[in-house]
Design a protein around this ligand. Structure first.
Ligand SMILES: [Zn+2]
Length: 64
């Protein structure tokens, strides 16, 4: 079986792979934290192509 990057998760806001699962919140099923932009929410991106586009938009938005 070819190794897939199935574990890769990206921030839906900035496309950063620097996201981690926010634990310690029993009533929340899935909360993710982004260390890059501070995003916190249940939505996560696992599509690397989409993530790189998000990162592009995020970075260009910052420069503008
Ligand atoms: Zn982010």
């Amino acid at each position: 079986m070819p190794r897939k990057k199935a574990d890769a998760k990206f921030c839906p806001m900035c496309g950063s792979p620097d996201v981690y699962f926010a634990s310690g919140m029993p009533q929340m099923w899935s909360l993710w934290d982004c260390r890059n932009c501070g995003y916190r929410g249940p939505v996560i991106v696992d599509d690397e192509a989409l993530a790189s586009k998000l990162a592009e938009d995020w970075n260009s938005g910052r420069k503008a």
